[in-house]
Design a protein around this ligand. Structure first.
Ligand code: PEP
Ligand code: MG
Length: 564
């Protein structure tokens, strides 16, 4: 006879996304297929096949990018842009080509072999960021193989409802198909906290434990599992006692979300009484519900780009108005900051722009530069936002500024649009706030001048960091240089906030580092007023703020961070 609890087994992995989940197992396997080897092949013929497959894979990825962007938002889609860059990486193709020449094998085998080599090399590197790229290599090589040969077609997995996914590796392509209402949690044999699939799970609020290692073989054959995404614990075949214990923890966890929602109207204060508003950064209406659920007291950044990706042509005023109105109404008086479209003319996803290619698009015709060059797009967007402003509290902000001239032009356009609406008898909020984004070193250095023209500042730390350090975070060759804690970044940030504060201006800080809790004391000390973060991070950031006690000597913290 079996003893109670006899089958219960405990394992431990790395906690990658918080939360508890209890459910039945569904397993998926990646990287295990291998590719059949053929010898005596002509390297040139095989390489031509690879180049053709690569083009096809890039085409597919552009579509994936577009779909994910529209359905989930830019913060999810960006991973597929990285995949395109990886496929274009000459090292990867060079090694495949070497393998074809040296071993005279078929293209499929060379892709598989080189991808496995890359994966193993990355797994052995003593650098969390590089190790985390393993899942991406598997993802792109699966895609390349499927484009080379239909026998390796990508399996579109059907996820059973309400199960716990157990996988050896979870690729980003698979991760974006998870939804909180179909997959309760994820466990992986390999992987790391910084892997793109872990980031996706966190953004979706799905509990995840990675790197369970050898336990994986046992877990795939388990019926029922518990995941503790706080500690990294995994319990296999829980008995009633264990299940009850976790159900209580889970309820408590969910209650803390309920409490948070109830406290949403309350201010977030540190122990010494410093205020910090914590708002949501979202990129679609679908994300709006997450923002509301998370107790956001506003939307500090609404990325409007998804509107431009839906159709062949630009979005109409009415279409945009409906979206902005929904935002305003659902946020019931809480501020929603709409960023005017920040797309690049180089963006292959926006067919109606018809602009020539650029050698250096990050420094090119993007953001407000493009809006000023296509005034009809800007005017339509401003009209839609102004019309929506009577349904709640809408603000508009402009990205990628570098000169006062741009700002004056933009403000003149806003005045003209208002004048037109007045003449047409269309109501709008006369005092709709205009925010100016500080994302370039130029804007930061003249922030004492810009402050005169702004109702608030918004620091977009993703761009700010890449422009200060001249390092592209999606380029593995230089991403190690991209470091928001670099004193150059923090000193310039401090200068900007100081200039804003001299005039009593409200300062929002957004971008990935807004939820970096190790920087929170610095943000508080320099006087940032609002952190706009991913909805899934709101609870953590609020808790961290309320648990912080700033010392009287704030300058000391500032000096330490700035290394002054
Ligand atoms: C940023 O640059 O930090 C920002 C929020 O804008 P983007 O959408 O470019 O990340
Ligand atoms: Mg930006």
């Amino acid at each position: 006879m079996k003893m109670v609890g006899e089958r219960v087994k405990y394992f431990r992995g790395i906690a990658a996304s918080k939360g508890y989940a209890i459910g039945k197992v569904q397993s998926i396997q990646n990287m295990g297929y291998g590719a059949l080897v053929q010898k005596g092949c002509d390297p040139q013929t095989e390489y031509r096949r690879i180049l053709k497959a690569k083009d096809k894979a890039i085409e597919q990825l552009q579509q994936v990018y577009k779909d994910v962007f529209t359905n989930l938002g830019e913060e999810y889609a960006v991973f597929f842009q990285i995949h395109i860059a990886m496929l274009e990486d000459t090292d990867y193709l060079e090694e495949i080509s070497q393998c074809l020449v040296n071993e005279r094998v078929n293209a499929e085998y060379a892709v598989w072999k080189i991808s496995c080599n890359f994966y193993e090399q990355l797994s052995a590197i003593d650098n969390e960021y590089m190790r985390a790229r393993g899942g991406d290599i598997i993802d792109i090589s699966n895609r390349l193989l499927s484009c080379l040969n239909p026998a390796y077609a990508l399996k579109r997995r059907i996820y059973n409802k309400e199960t716990i996914l157990v996988a050896n590796i979870l690729t980003p392509s698979e991760a974006v198909r998870i939804r909180r209402n179909n997959i309760l949690g994820v466990i992986t044999e390999h992987g790391s906290k910084s892997a793109h699939s872990s980031i996706i799970a966190r953004m979706m609020g799905v509990p995840m434990v990675v790197g369970v290692g050898k336990a994986y073989a046992e877990l795939v054959n388990t019926q029922e599992l518990i995941i503790d995404g706080f500690s990294g614990d995994v319990v296999a075949e829980p008995d009633e006692t264990v299940r009850k214990k976790y159900l209580v923890k889970k309820a408590r966890d969910e209650n803390s979300w309920q409490d948070l929602k109830a406290a949403a109207a309350l201010e977030t204060l540190t122990l010494d009484g410093t205020r910090m508003a914590v708002t949501a950064s979202i990129g679609s209406l679908e994300n709006l519900q997450d923002a509301l659920d998370s107790g956001a007291i506003g939307v500090g950044l609404f990325r409007s780009e998804f509107l431009y990706l839906k159709n062949e042509g630009p979005p109409s005023e009415e279409e945009q108005f409906q979206v902005y109105r929904t935002l305003a109404e659902k946020m019931t008086g809480r501020r929603v900051v709409i960023r005017t479209v920040d797309i690049s003319a180089m963006d292959h996803r926006i067919p109606f722009l018809h602009t020539k290619s650029e050698i250096n698009p990050a420094l090119g015709y993007r953001g407000i530069r493009l809006s000023l060059g296509h005034k009809e797009l800007l005017v339509t967007q401003l009209r839609a936002a102004l019309r929506a402003s009577v349904y709640g509290r809408i603000a508009v902000m402009f990205p990628m500024l570098t000169t006062m001239m741009e700002i004056r032009q933009l403000k003149q356009i806003v005045r003209n649009v208002k004048e037109d609406l007045r003449r047409e008898g269309i109501p709008f909020a006369e005092n709709m706030e205009i925010g100016l984004m500080i994302e370039t070193p130029a804007a930061a250095l003249i922030s004492d001048m810009i402050v005169e023209e702004a109702d608030f500042f918004c620091l977009g730390m993703n761009d700010f960091t890449q422009y200060v350090l001249a390092a592209d975070p999606s380029n593995p060759l230089v991403s190690g240089l991209y470091d928001v804690k670099h004193p150059a970044v923090l000193r310039l940030l401090k200068l900007t906030v100081e200039n804003a504060k001299k005039k009593g201006l409200w300062v929002i800080l957004c971008g990935n580092s807004a939820s970096d809790l190790s920087l929170l004391p610095f943000f508080l000390a320099i006087g940032v007023d609002e952190l706009s973060v991913n909805p899934a991070d709101i609870l953590d950031v609020r808790n961290a703020v309320t648990g912080t006690m700033l010392p009287d000597d704030k300058q000391k913290i500032i000096r330490e961070f700035c290394q002054e």
